[in-house]
Write a protein that binds this ligand. Structure first.
Ligand code: HEM
Ligand SMILES: CC(C)=CCC/C(C)=C/CC/C(C)=C/COP(=O)(O)OP(=O)(O)O
Length: 317
């Protein structure tokens, strides 16, 4: 062995020993995914009826952000074995040895408990209970139980990602209502097409680590069919805020236009089958799914905050 490689090995071992950098810890929070999660929480806070002091609203949003990040760290702690083997996730801090599993567990657990307690003490205990439920659902129900045991993992487990607007709403009102359940249902219906589009072109990764994602177990044809079914349900559900009267024509028109485009992309996946453009079309739906959810919630926010709500005749207030 050359002097150089001995030195490199020593440096790497030292780096591992010194614990991760601030950047590694930040990566544990899954910041890109969680930024949209946090945005949906913000929309829940803004559109909820009633008033909230801006400092309390900011505290609630911070607790959602920290709790969401913490749940991402706990997910990475538990999934480190499979993350190490999948090309998409192998460069994460734990598989790379930059953060020890125990450090990630301690980090995630501390932030989880801290965010729930801070929400309870400084905002209200309904929002805190929902935040605890969300973190627990993502860690125990999705990550530890369903992810490795059933192809319905993300349908049921995906509920975790749908709670944040409900948490935001509860931070203002102290309760759960039909309107906040409608926001929950939109994300709940959105999660299967969002994730299965990605799973279609990442099926090999999941097969390699024996995670029973739908394309691996039921095949790509069935996955394409399920994407189409959930896309139709999603577009119908996206109109619930209008039907319940807490969104108006601007939101309704945006939801319909974006929804039609979503359906076109889902249909194109279906018609392409296993053709040569299959991966490209799945990637297009995955990418648009993120823009779609952002647009839907952003329109709700702007319509509400800018007083643009024009009620649809015969529906709601
Ligand atoms: C169980 C539910 C969900 C599953 C299984 C899932 C899965 C995934 C996966 C595997 C990725 C690729 C991440 C990567 O490239 O490392 C991803 C990306 C993403 N997801 Fe989800 N997701 C879920 C729910 C959500 C929710 C609820 C949101 C937001 C409301 C969300 C927002 C995003 C965003 C913004 C990205 C893009 C991140 C980037 O560009 O790196 N996801 N999702
Ligand atoms: C407020 C709060 C606690 C919010 C949490 C929201 C939440 C549960 C979002 C789910 C996001 C996500 C990346 C799921 C994928 O996990 P995965 O393990 O299948 O993805 P991976 O393979 O990229 O790790």
């Amino acid at each position: 062995m050359s002097d150089l490689s001995v030195t490199n090995e020593r440096l790497e071992a030292e780096a591992r020993h010194n614990g991760g950098s601030a950047r590694d810890y930040f990566e544990l929070l899954k910041p890109r995914v969680m930024s949209l999660v946090i945005f949906t929480g913000l929309v829940g806070i803004v559109v909820a009826p009633g008033t909230i002091h801006p400092v309390i609203a900011f505290t609630a949003l911070l607790c959602i952000a920290v709790g969401a990040g913490a749940s991402g760290a706990l997910n990475m702690w538990y999934d480190a074995d499979i993350d190490a083997q999948m090309s998409r996730t192998s460069s994460r801090p734990i598989p790379q040895g930059r953060i020890e599993p125990g450090e990630a567990l301690g980090f995630g657990a501390t932030l989880s408990v801290g965010s729930v307690l801070a929400m309870g003490v400084m905002v209200n205990w309904t929002a805190a209970a929902l935040l605890a439920l969300t973190i627990g659902f993502y860690l125990f129900v999705y990550t530890m139980w369903l992810k490795r045991s059933t192809p319905q993992n993300i349908v049921i487990g995906g509920a975790a990602g749908a709670f944040p607007p409900m948490i935001g709403w509860a931070a203002v009102t102290g309760s759960v209502s039909l309107e906040s359940i409608a926001l929950f249902l939109i994300i709940f219906m959105w999660t299967p097409p969002h994730f299965w589009a990605l799973a279609l072109y990442r099926a090999g990764d999941y097969e390699k680590v024996s995670v029973p994602m739908l394309p691996v177990i039921a095949g790509k044809r069935e996955t394409r069919k399920q994407i189409l079914i959930y896309s139709v349900l999603l577009v119908a559900t996206s109109l619930a805020p209008v039907a319940l009267g807490f969104a108006g024509l601007v939101y309704g028109a945006a939801a319909l236009c974006a929804g039609i485009f979503f359906l076109v992309l889902a249909a194109r996946i279906w018609t392409e089958g296993d053709g040569e453009k299959a991966d490209g079309r799945a990637k297009a739906l995955f990418g648009f799914s993120i823009l779609y959810l952002f647009l839907l919630f952003a329109t709700l926010l702007v319509e509400h905050a800018a007083g643009l709500k024009i009620a649809v005749p015969g529906l709601g207030a």
